[in-house]
Ligand binder design. Structure first.
Ligand SMILES: *[C@@H]1O[C@H](CO)[C@@H](O)[C@H](O)[C@H]1NC(C)=O
Ligand SMILES: *[C@@H]1O[C@H](CO)[C@@H](O)[C@H](O)[C@H]1NC(C)=O
Length: 306
């Protein structure tokens, strides 16, 4: 029986391959149908492109908003620490499936050189049907996590879903470790909602990714509150022009619900061009002091130094 699995894996990779984060606590673990667990599911990896808000938000287009994590699982976010997830093209290529036997160093489970890149010089896109959406590691746009302090996910909004961590030059390898701000307060009893986010820069359709997770903050004594998130703005990496403080996810190239504008030819990503510094995000907590929020908005450079 077991020999048949690689055949199924082959079917699930190929032209429709893209990338998402896999970890216990994810929605759509085993696919969108809780009665039909599929260890070979690529449901969360498929991109969001030109969809109305109510379809792209939380991957409602494929029912992932209605498929909460099995067995009440939740992703632990240690305040001031780190958490690790697996970036892959398919659940089959992670440790969540088949005892991890198809999980390799890279998101596709295959072997690649350390400096994996596309053909030519300067390198063209990696020839993988746009699954990695990049020429090389340097060009990988960056991925991010956002949190909303709501256990009822119908209460999650663009304003209360705050980007808290960015990993630059990802997606790249399967194992991805993100920093957690030390001031994140504890979640309500039913946990928080978290989203894994990615907007690639070129190399294929300019789409976006938003996958759903239940999460909770551990090891925290913080009683601070997150500031309402503002739409990120293009600053082209010039920190004096970057928007400080709590930022929304990027909604881009959708039919409705877009929240960012960028210069012609540019692509918004979870990187310094949109004011997202690498690592845990600073100044998430503006509203714990109205004064501090005001000061930070008035004195942008000061806030960046903090
Ligand atoms: C990565 O690819 C880009 C685009 O082709 C190129 O400009 C850059 O030099 C490459 N970086 C490295 C380190 O090869
Ligand atoms: C909890 O936080 C303390 C300091 O804030 C740190 O030293 C410790 O390693 C953390 N424990 C875990 C399990 O993250």
């Amino acid at each position: 029986m077991f020999w048949s699995i690689p055949v199924a894996l082959a079917l699930a990779s190929g032209a429709s391959a893209h990338t998402s984060a896999f970890v216990k606590g994810m929605y759509c673990e085993g696919g969108p149908d809780p009665n039909n667990y599929n260890a070979n599911s690529n449901t969360p990896v498929n991109p969001l492109w030109d969809l109305p808000f109510e379809k792209w938000w939380m991957q409602a287009d494929r029912g992932c908003d209605k498929a909460p994590p099995p067995n009440g699982a939740s992703l632990a976010l240690p305040a001031g620490g780190k958490f690790t997830v697996e970036l892959a093209h398919n659940q089959a290529q992670t440790t969540l499936s088949y005892n991890g036997q198809y999980a390799g160093e890279w998101p596709d489970g295959q072997n690649h050189p350390e400096d994996w890149h596309g053909p030519g010089s300067p390198p063209d896109c990696i020839q993988d049907d746009g699954a990695m959406h990049t020429n090389n590691q340097t060009m990988a746009a960056g991925t991010a996590w956002a949190i909303s302090y709501n256990s009822d996910i119908s209460k999650v909004t663009m304003d209360n879903l705050v980007v808290f961590s960015v990993l630059e030059h990802t997606p790249w390898k399967r194992i991805a470790t993100y920093d957690v701000p030390k001031d994140l307060p504890a979640c309500p009893a039913g946990g928080c909602y978290c989203a894994w986010l990615w907007v690639p820069t070129g190399c294929g359709q300019p789409n976006m990714y938003m996958s759903n997770f239940r999460c909770h903050v551990t090891n925290t004594t913080s009683t601070k509150k997150l500031a309402p998130a503002q739409p990120p703005t293009w600053c082209g990496g010039d920190s004096s022009k970057c928007l400080p403080g709590a930022k929304q996810m990027i909604a881009w190239n959708q039919a409705t619900g877009n929240n960012v504008q960028v210069p012609n030819g540019a692509s918004p990503g979870y990187n310094i061009n949109m004011g997202f510094a690498p690592g845990y995000q600073i100044l998430l907590f503006g509203l714990f002091s109205i004064l501090e929020f005001f000061v930070c908005n008035e004195a942008i450079n000061l806030c960046h130094v903090k």
